[in-house]
Ligand binder design. Structure first.
Ligand SMILES: Nc1nc2c(ncn2[C@@H]2O[C@H](COP(=O)(O)OP(=O)(O)OP(=O)(O)O)[C@@H](O)[C@H]2O)c(=O)[nH]1
Ligand SMILES: [Zn+2]
Length: 210
């Protein structure tokens, strides 16, 4: 069977992906796109562009499809018992992504919080978890939901949150031309879903960093 028929590891069956990335076919498609835009493909700055674009997209911008949350979280540790099961908050996790509608960049920061259940994650794993979903074609709201949801599942956590602040090139550079716009999205799971004391504590701690 050709490798192009194999769905990447970690891609849920509910999502339809025709194949794993094929950088050679991607490069030809980029070349066809540039030619169709009327650009001279013998220009020294364009001649290698199709390959550069295909490499960047297949290796960096879409590599999240080949990852699973469990793998990228890496080694987890048994949660400390008793009173130390308090809210863990990690702010300012920088990420980049590509918007699914215009294929333009989104850059931003994610703030991730959870109450340890059975396991705690290494902080590096939390950053990798954000990238695992950011490096797919995903809406910002879904990015927040996927991070909060997978953290709850993988760590057996009773409360998780992911808050995203981003700069969307499709809002800043085209269409509405809102050069200063910052978009916000948040997602909560478990005990953080309700607007109670834990949610207030989270926002107090997020507010303290500003
Ligand atoms: N909610 C949400 N919207 C997004 C995200 N990324 C891009 N968009 C928006 O999706 C919309 C796509 O709208 P369309 O009407 O199909 O495209 P468009 O005519 O180019 O839209 P305008 O940007 O309004 O000119 C745009 O308004 C984008 O700003 C995201 O992560 N979340
Ligand atoms: Zn867009």
């Amino acid at each position: 069977m050709s490798s192009s028929k194999v769905r990447p590891r970690g891609v849920p069956a509910s999502r339809s992906f025709a194949s794993v990335p094929d950088p050679v076919a991607m490069a030809s498609a980029v070349e066809a796109f540039l030619r169709a835009a009327g650009l001279p493909m013998d220009d020294e700055n364009l001649v290698d562009t199709p390959k550069r674009v295909a490499d960047a997209w297949s290796r960096e911008f879409l590599d999240g499809y080949a990852q699973t949350p469990g793998e990228v979280l890496g080694k987890t540790f048994s949660a400390p018992r008793g009173s130390s099961r308090e809210l863990v908050v990690v702010t300012g996790l920088r990420f980049h992504s590509m918007c699914p509608h215009h294929l333009l960049p989104v850059t931003g920061v994610a703030h991730v919080a959870y109450v340890p259940g059975k396991h705690v994650a290494g902080f590096g794993g939390l950053s990798a978890l954000v990238d695992c979903f950011a490096h797919r074609l995903i809406l910002q709201e879904d990015l927040a939901r996927e991070v909060a949801g997978s953290l709850a599942r993988e760590l057996g956590s009773p409360a998780t949150a992911c808050i995203i602040e981003a700069e969307q090139a499709c809002l800043r550079m085209r269409g509405p031309q809102q050069r200063d716009a910052i978009t916000h999205a948040e997602a909560y799971e478990g005990e953080l879903r309700g607007d109670g004391a834990l949610r207030r504590e989270l926002w107090a701690r997020l507010g303290a960093r500003r």
